[in-house]
Write a protein that binds this ligand. Sequence first.
Ligand code: NAP
Length: 312
Amino acid sequence: MSKVYDVIILGGGPAGLTAGLYAGRSRLSTLIIEKGQDGGQIAITDEIENYPGQMVEGESGPSLIARMTEQAKKFGAERCSDVIKSVDLSGDVKKLVGTKGEYEAKCVIIATGAFPKPIGCENEGKFTGKGISFCATCDAAFFEDFEVYVVGGGDSAVEEAMYLTKFARKVTIIHRRDELRAAKSIQEKAFANPKIAFMWDSVVVKVDGDELLSTMTVKNTKTGELTEVKADEDDGLFGLFGFIGYNPNSQLFEGMLDMEHGYIKTDDNMHTSIPGVFAAGDIRVKSLRQVVTAAADGAIAAMQAEHYVSNH
Ligand code: NAP
């Protein structure tokens, strides 16, 4: 019979690690299960300048996450690297089955995150964080006075494009069709914005550059014509933001928990539709997906887990 933990936390990003820290400090026996490296999306972020108190020159996502991991460990949260394949959350003891073993706990905090859909062009991985971004709130300031391109035609793409005009000299929306999917009210604002231009019926097929992104090939979806986009010579680089939707990591819980577009619904205290099961961070239905909101969710979820364990 395996050990029954007070709480198992699924996911080692900012939400999961903060939950681990708070659960550990509350003297709950805690296990954090992460399938890959800690950090989630933040592990691939070069610079972080919007986490409160983060003024350390050269701070990167991985260095911030390394300290979060260390801090959770310091307060006794155990760690395990495994890929969970199935879960049974129905009983008083929640059961998780991974490729390496089985795990049991009185409650579970789901912090498995969500990942932006890739643009799908050649060399995308090589230039992610070096010109390609999936977060305007995080990276817009790095493109002050530069040219920026946005891929997508939905609410996110058009709203983020408008946000980017506060920083960039010009923002061009590249959309695969000749009309936007975004709500009409959002479209109207974008059409009225003099800094926004459009490349219709277009998809990015390849990106390139030396160290930083400076050229891309755009294909016309109707004619097949290829256009080379080059950075202005004085700039030497441009930004490319992808907003074509997100993939929440919630497949394991489909049919078990209440969800909206694949995101787990919670109340303000991170309770899901099953008692003893909490969700925190990007996996949740919420308005702002950032390190600071993920950390806050993780803290709340752990304190609620503590109340749940004390009362059961
Ligand atoms: P979305 O509505 O699914 O739009 C995705 C956009 O990306 C679409 O224009 C789609 O093109 C395009 N796209 C998808 N795959 C692509 C690919 N492989 N290559 C190129 N383009 C591709 O996603 P979202 O904008 O992230 O919004 C998600 C949900 O959140 C929506 O329900 C949205 O209404 C909501 N949301 C609301 C607000 C708001 O109300 N203020 C703000 C943000 C998001 P097609 O149009 O051709 O399919």
